[in-house]
Design a protein around this ligand. Structure first.
Ligand code: ADP
Ligand code: ASP
Ligand code: MG
Length: 464
């Protein structure tokens, strides 16, 4: 059972989580928890401020968040246990202060110090949750996730070492589970082989849950969050979005990769390998619908299951007349991206040009330099990827027609379909995201509205 930051935002939220874990006591749960909401952002900001030489200011800004933890402790813990937790907060305050002073002094690599500082968010929330659960009669025990999840040394976005992680997770957790205890781990945090603290990338607690659930061959991996499962679109863009009851692993992975923040893109990977179903549930409403992700894909009558989108995309165009009838250009281009460890999402080619989309721009300048010998390079920014997902999409006539006729007055910059049978992906200007997602949602999921609009030739935007 993984609980996200908003599911542990305050005392009330902690109580709801405790009630949920208690309800599952009989099936031997393992709990993974994120830092309390906003805490990771605050810790990252503190490292930035300390990096400017202002360590004291950086520490002071964290007080508000330490206080939020103490407030939960005052509301939910008995006096004796509370003293123990207050001492843990005091120790955290001291360690974080020390680390921030080291950041200001610039003695050790920043990325390494940053992971160490942010790890305290999950360490505190998990320690607190274990104490709250114990206070409610559960035999909960805090486990340092850094003993379970072992990664490479790519600080900030480390890759777990599969076999070692599985072995360590089992070693640490199985004896506790056998003994009837409920292990409580912080998500997102891990350690390198050399024992340095690492993290799995923003939103990485979902991934921890995937890794732990797969290692233990869990009956189910449950991602408890602030929405009723995976919805047909991001509810912040489309309030009418509805819960999708079932998704295949492939559909869920595509949606997560192309921007559905509700699942970290790598969560599904370990689950697929070990055949563990993933369920996304609402921690706020007991009777809310949820989404089950598993192998079997059902083709819904409409085929399209969801719309995802991702902003801040860049497109790189490479043009060279020398490509005409020649070979080796794609290899030369992709070698550049490989050298700079940068993933490419969409690729389109013509006789004399190649266009690619990227969202990781940390190495963009160097990439552009290295591409210059291949051809003329042009970069467009402020673009967005929109992705329509559904099993069977490729073999269903009329989907692309419907998508692009719905968007006939919007400039479409790149299109990709067919590489996977389950998605249709295209690039637009970022400023069109809300309009495009709303129109597509109306066209595919709000049928009465869609038909009506087809008759009157409207846009699907709600004039409320
Ligand atoms: P947590 O803190 O529980 O990890 P996140 O904020 O990471 O929660 O993810 C949940 C959020 O994902 C939702 O509040 C919602 O705004 C966003 N989201 C984006 N796309 C979707 C989608 N298709 N279905 C559900 N939620 C989505
Ligand atoms: N606390 C981390 C973050 O905010 C990990 C997570 O919440 O999944 O990114
Ligand atoms: Mg998340």
């Amino acid at each position: 059972m993984k609980f996200g930051g908003t599911s542990v935002a305050d005392a009330e939220a902690f109580e709801r989580v405790a009630a949920l874990v208690r309800r599952h006591e009989g099936v031997r749960p393992v709990v993974v928890v994120s830092a309390m909401s906003r805490v990771t952002d605050a810790l990252l900001e503190s490292v930035r401020v300390a990096g400017d030489g202002r360590a004291l200011e950086a520490s002071d800004a964290l007080e508000e968040h330490f206080e939020r933890h103490l407030e939960v402790a005052r509301a939910l813990l008995d006096e004796g246990v509370r003293g123990f937790f207050e001492a843990a907060v005091e120790e955290t305050r001291r360690e974080v202060g020390e680390a921030l002073r080291e950041v200001a002094a610039g003695e050790r690599p920043r990325a390494l110090m940053q992971d160490l500082v942010v790890s305290h968010g999950e360490r505190l929330s998990a320690t607190l949750l274990a104490a709250v659960l114990r206070g409610q009669g559960l035999r909960a025990r805090y486990v340092d996730a850094r003993l379970c999840i072992i990664t490479d040394e790519h600080h900030g976005c480390a890759t777990p070492l599969k076999d070692l992680t599985e072995a360590r997770t089992r070693e640490q957790l199985e004896p506790l589970i056998e003994a009837g205890e409920v292990p409580v781990l912080g998500g997102f945090i891990a350690s390198s082989h050399a024992g340095e603290t690492t993290t799995l990338g923003r939103g990485g607690s979902d991934y921890t849950a995937g890794l732990v659930g797969a290692a233990l061959r869990a009956r189910e991996i449950q991602i408890w969050t602030d929405v009723p499962g995976v919805l047909t679109a991001d509810p912040r863009l489309v309030p009418e979005a509805r819960t999708i009851p079932r998704l295949s692993y492939a559909e869920a992975a595509e949606l997560a990769y192309f921007g559905a923040k509700v699942l970290h893109p790598k969560t599904i990977l370990p689950a697929v390998v070990r055949n563990v179903p993933v369920r996304i549930c609402d921690s706020r409403r007991r009777d809310a619908p949820d989404t089950l992700v598993f192998f079997d894909a059902e083709m819904t009558p409409r085929t399209v299951k969801a719309i995802a989108c991702k902003g801040s995309i860049h497109i790189v165009h490479i043009t060279s007349a020398r490509m005409l009838g020649e070979h080796g250009f794609l290899r030369a281009i992709f070698e550049v991206f490989e050298r700079h460890r940068t993933a490419v999402d969409i690729v389109t080619t013509s006789e004399v040009s190649v266009s690619l989309s990227l969202d990781d721009t940390s190495a963009l300048e160097a990439i552009v330099e290295d591409l210059k010998p291949v051809g003329a390079v042009k970069v467009e920014s402020n673009r967005a990827i929109v992705c329509i997902v559904g099993e069977g999409l490729r073999s269903t006539p009329g989907i692309a027609g419907r998508v692009f006729s719905t968007l006939k007055d919007i400039n479409i910059l790149l299109i990709s379909q067919g590489a996977s049978s389950i998605n249709l992906t295209f690039v637009i200007e970022e400023r069109h995201i809300p309009e495009v997602v709303r129109r597509l949602h109306a066209a595919f999921f709000e049928c009465a509205t869609a038909e009506l609009l087809a008759h009157i030739g409207g846009s699907g935007r709600r004039e409320t």
